[in-house]
Design a protein around this ligand. Structure first.
Ligand code: GLN
Length: 484
């Protein structure tokens, strides 16, 4: 049951082996049993989930069913969901009940998917370990002493512990792929603009992108079919014909040109992770792929550039939390200024404040050219590296993260060490490219993710490449002990 694909769950629903209400109850029971030790969910609303499931059962009976009808989906608590608390992992939004649905939520509702709960996350999606959440850290089901990765750590933990068959995440610098790597499942960060950001609480608007998290590439394809699409309420949403991401999963990959960037295998990469990635690439060779060495010469600048651009955008986006319009407001204050200061001082956590300070600094008149403008220029160079690389290869492969999951607390006091977690993921966000992480093996019983990076709009191809691997390996079906 726990490893069933969305497609088989869906056909069971159709054949009425079980109903969506029963399936939802099954997962709600698992959440009740395991969430106290994992802290993967911030809010659960049994009555709401079960009523959505009952509606789905009606649709199924009426023959109005599509692939996701009646399937429970865990939603990252960054997506506004009408009538649900939507906290973004922050004290600032602790009591915020969203008055409307994000486009992603709207799309899942339209097809009759069941919202099984809102998942924990780093505060305002800033973090790589889920330790910055106001609602407490999330545990990695593979080892409860370890972090699940971040910022989509709650969704990651939920998928790895099989508390939901599918989940959503967002990826601004790696927040879908790094947790997918550390928790051993499949995650896709789509091309920038393919999934609407409407109602998705903003962190760094030129980088934020929502995507699917699930056991397999096949499941991610079905989720993408629902999530993607143009939305006029998001000015950066892309107008293009909707694709069926599940239709090309089985295309042959013989002759595929895989680019291996030399910069992804240097200092900083754990040697045992390196070995797992090498074996995964060997598997692709067996499937008929050709390996080409490539270079992404500016990759080492991705982290410094990101930590100028992302905080700059965050400092502007987060200025809306002022205690006036919505969210937290300090209890006692003298005047308006005092209210602003105290509200923001008490409402934001340390990492968020750090980013706001950096962002405000790099945007200030005296430093704008030296930092922000320069970072934008390097962003272009990073993007051009990929343009040149894709002249030589169809897909780029490498590790998703430099190491397996690390101990809780280990990097918490050292922001720079934490930021290095995204050394292989951030450049694709800066370039707006799609990328995935798929389970590729283990290092001492901990999962390792292989990263696949494609050219713009190559999601269907990436899912096809990932699916071929998953047809020939079982890494994605391994599940954490104690949660089987
Ligand atoms: N870890 C990165 C950060 O802290 C990326 C987070 C994300 O992708 N949301 O900003």
């Amino acid at each position: 049951m726990l490893n069933l694909s969305i497609q088989s769950l869906s056909s069971h629903l159709e054949k009425k082996t079980f109903s969506s209400v029963e399936l939802t109850q099954f997962y709600l029971e698992r959440i009740k049993q395991y969430n106290p030790s994992l802290n993967a969910f911030i809010s659960i609303d049994e009555a709401k989930s079960l009523s959505m499931a009952a509606n789905a059962d009606e649709l199924i009976t009426k023959g109005q069913k599509s692939a996701l009808t009646g399937i429970p989906v865990a939603q990252k608590d960054i997506f506004c969901s009408q009538g649900w608390p939507t906290t973004c992992g922050s004290k600032m939004l602790k009591n915020f009940i969203a008055p409307y649905d994000a486009m992603v939520i709207e799309k899942f509702n339209e097809v009759g998917a069941v919202n099984i709960g809102k998942t924990n996350m780093d505060e305002f999606a800033m973090g790589s370990s889920n330790e910055t959440s106001y609602f407490g850290p999330v545990k990695n089901p593979w080892d409860l002493d370890l972090v699940p990765g971040g910022s989509s750590g709650g969704s990651a933990s939920a998928i790895a512990a099989r508390l939901a068959p599918a989940a959503t995440g967002t990826d601004t610098g790696g927040s879908i792929r790094q947790p997918a790597s550390l928790c051993g499942f499949t995650g896709l960060k789509p091309t920038y603009g393919l999934v609407s950001r409407y109602g998705m609480i903003a962190f760094a608007s030129s980088l934020d992108q929502a995507g699917p998290m699930a056991i397999s590439a096949e499941d991610c394809a079905l989720l993408m079919n629902v999530m993607s699409g143009h939305d006029k309420r998001d000015s950066t949403s892309i107008q293009r014909d909707k694709e069926n991401y599940a239709s090309k999963l089985n295309s042959p990959i013989k002759g595929l040109k895989i680019g291996i960037p030399r910069e992804f295998f240097g200092e900083g990469l754990d040697s045992s992770v390196h070995n797992v990635i090498d074996s995964a690439i060997d598997e692709y060779k067996k499937l008929g792929a050709e390996i080409i060495e490539i270079s992404l010469p500016n990759n080492h600048l991705a982290i410094p550039v990101y930590y100028v651009i992302a905080p700059a955008e965050a400092s502007s986006n987060l200025s809306r939390y002022d205690g006036v319009r919505y969210g937290y407001r300090t209890k006692e204050y003298d005047d308006l200024m005092d209210m602003y200061f105290k509200t923001r001082q008490e409402g934001f956590g340390e990492e968020v404040k750090r980013r706001i300070l950096i962002g405000t600094y790099v945007l200030s008149a005296g430093y704008y050219d030296a930092y922000y403008l320069k970072a934008q220029k390097i962003r272009r160079l990073i993007s051009e590296d990929f343009t040149s690389a894709f002249k030589k290869c169809d897909v780029i492969m490498g590790p998703s993260a430099p190491s397996v999951a690390f101990n809780a607390g280990e990097k918490k006091e050292d922001p720079l060490a934490m930021y290095m977690q995204d050394i292989y993921t951030i450049s694709t966000n800066l370039a707006g490219l799609p990328a995935m992480s798929i389970p590729a093996g283990f290092v001492s019983n901990l999962p390792v993710g292989l990263q696949l990076i494609g050219n713009h709009f190559s999601e269907a191809k990436l899912l096809n490449i990932a699916h071929s691997f998953q047809q020939n390996t079982d890494w994605h079906l391994e599940s954490a002990k104690g949660f089987e």
